[in-house]
Design a protein around this ligand. Structure first.
Ligand code: ATP
Length: 234
């Protein structure tokens, strides 16, 4: 579904990603793990078309998308939910969700709204509340709900568990698993290594702009090097 090869990217003269190969098959949850500054956000921004690559290619369903505008990439079904819960604080929950219905999804906005509400009952109780008054966890749910309104084929989640209480983190990972069970492919960018590997099919570990490790999630979770570097465990 998504095929990234020899991707080099960065900012001005600074090369952050130094030759990334990464793929996602339809129906997979693929985790990208890595510590602060590893290049995870840069990777997402380049998939979403926010920057021009330095080199390499990004193909989505066989089509080269690296020169497409962000709008065209969204229209193809690649939907990025950014970290930091960028909801519109002065708009209501409903208005935020409705704004997610881009282009081809616009005609089915009301049916999709019903579906998102069914997925997030907590949001439906707060439909007319200003998004800025939601709790952090609720804003994160809203950001994902807004992404779902665009009818994603591939959902890119940027640190969805960041800043959530342990209980909400559980809920968030459970939700991602449910969305995936319903057929959605997911690129999950996370610092929460154990829980990500528990729901992912495969994972890549990004270090200093290069892939340091990759493989089946269940193998990586047992990997001693990874446990030492990322979990402080031997
Ligand atoms: P975090 O988990 O802390 O968000 P990350 O893995 O997402 O980290 P990036 O945000 O991709 O890492 O940053 C990778 C490197 O690129 C860092 O050294 C950062 O300083 C640099 N960088 C990120 N954004 C920019 C920018 N807009 N201009 C210049 N350098 C940037």
């Amino acid at each position: 579904m998504l095929e990234i090869s020899s991707l080099r990217a960065g900012y001005g003269a600074l090369e952050v990603l130094r030759g990334i190969d990464l793929s996602i098959s339809a129906g997979e949850i693929v985790a990208v793990l890595g510590s602060n500054g590893a290049g995870k956000t840069t990777l997402n921004a380049n998939i979403s078309g926010l920057y021009r690559l330095f080199g390499g290619s990004i193909r989505f369903e066989g089509e080269e998308i690296s020169k497409h505008t962000p709008e065209r990439i969204v229209a193809a079904g690649v939907i990025h939910v950014p970290e930091g819960r960028r909801v519109f604080p002065n708009l209501t929950v409903r208005e935020n969700l409705e704004l997610g219905a881009y282009r081809r999804a616009r005609a089915r906005r009301s049916a999709n709204l019903d579906r998102v509400v069914a997925t997030f009952p907590r949001l439906s109780e707060r439909f007319d509340q200003k998004a800025g008054t939601l709790s952090g966890g609720e804003q994160q749910m809203l950001a994902i709900g807004r992404g779902l309104m665009a009818e994603p084929r591939l959902l890119i989640l940027d640190e969805p568990s960041l800043g959530l209480s342990p209980l909400l983190v559980e809920e968030m990972f459970e939700l991602i698993r449910r969305l995936n069970d319903d057929g959605l492919s997911v690129l999950l960018v996370e610092q929460n290594v154990v829980q990500s590997l528990e729901i992912a099919d495969r994972a890549y570990v990004l270090e200093n702009g290069a892939i340091a490790m990759q493989g089946a999630a269940e193998a990586l979770i047992e990997d001693e090097g990874l446990r030492r570097s990322y979990l402080g465990l031997a």
